[in-house]
Design a binder for this molecule. Structure first.
Ligand code: CP
Ligand code: NVA
Length: 307
């Protein structure tokens, strides 16, 4: 059966671990695997802007022996005249996989239902599972075993990043804390799904409106932009509402002494994080950005090897 990665809980804990192991191998030997030699093409479609995702998929597909086809929806029929399922039926006859950055999760689900090739969510309004594979890889490199670590997220708990930390974090057996205003708490259905996973992995989820409590003893401190793509009209309200959840040096000082700071980037210094934190000694954001390449290559190798 064709496997897709539409949200973080599409992977079991064992599968997530397998992909991270493979990512570490590919990081050591970048050209070790060539499943796309031919070259086969992978379509990488963008409805929203991107630097890291665009570059890391293009480079990664080339590393795997393939040819990336980068499509901007502004210049395609998708999103205008053509549905995701019709687009999927056209693409599947010519490409080995479809990577799509879009708005609605429902569009990705429709794309996946309509095709025999793997569909990868390269960020939707709800989840960013490719980023989480890179983030877990980074945390593993810096902190060792993921299971049992405490990861604390600050800010917009309803963002794609917060939802992905919740799901992927508990899948890895981590304790995930989300500190946000009550109106920005993660979606209840995502929390319910995470709690089911946590019960099996030994991870946990806790939601709080108290950033200092969330930071206390944390191993990993993380935030994301307060103004995600598509939310630009809410910018003024978001800066007002989320101000108390900024990651500052004072907040970092409450975390474990060996805590690391991660951020998917792009970052707004002075808003969700102070420059002295993101540019300081505990920040590993450049390793994290590089790991998009290795994690996504492992994901592609893994998805293409499934029946
Ligand atoms: N982190 C991330 O997905 O970055 P881009 O928007 O630049 O792809
Ligand atoms: N939450 C951010 C992530 C960017 C990589 C956004 O959706 O804009």
């Amino acid at each position: 059966m064709t496997r897709h990665l539409l949200r973080d809980d599409d992977l079991t804990p064992a599968e997530q671990g397998e992909i991270l192991d493979l990512a570490l191998e590919l990081k050591k030997d970048r050209w070790a695997q060539k499943p796309l030699a031919g070259p086969q093409t992978v379509a990488v479609i963008f409805d929203k802007s991107s630097t890291r995702t665009r570059v890391s998929f293009a480079v990664g597909i080339a590393d795997l022996g393939g040819s990336p086809l980068i499509i901007s929806t502004a210049n395609s029929q998708l999103g205008g005249k053509e549905t995701p399922s019709d687009t999927a039926r056209v693409l599947e006859r010519q490409v080995a996989a479809i990577v799509w950055r879009t708005y609605a999760q429902a569009g990705l689900e429709e794309m996946a239902r309509g095709t025999r090739v793997p569909v990868i969510n390269a960020l939707s309004d709800d989840f960013h599972p490719c980023q989480l594979l890179a983030d877990l890889l980074t945390i593993r490199e810096h902190k060792g075993e993921l299971r049992g670590l405490t990861l604390s997220f600050f800010g917009d708990g309803r963002s794609n990043m917060a939802h992905s930390y919740v799901l992927a974090g508990v899948t890895a057996g981590m304790h995930v804390r989300v500190a946000s205003p009550a109106d920005y708490a993660p979606r209840a259905d995502v929390i319910a799904d995470a709690e089911r996973i946590a019960a099996a992995t030994g991870g946990s989820i806790s939601l709080t409106t108290d950033p200092e409590a969330a930071a206390s003893g944390a191993d990993v401190v993380v935030t994301d932009t307060w103004v995600s793509m598509g939310k630009e009209e809410e910018k003024i309200a978001r800066i007002r509402d989320l101000g108390a959840f900024k990651v500052t040096s004072e907040l970092m000082a409450r975390a474990d002494d060996a805590a690391i700071f991660i951020h998917c980037l792009p970052a707004d210094r002075g808003y969700e994080v102070d420059a002295e934190v993101i540019d300081g000694p505990q920040s590993v954001v450049w390793d994290e950005a590089e790991n998009r390449l290795h994690a996504q290559k492992a994901l592609l190798v893994w998805l293409l090897s499934q029946d």
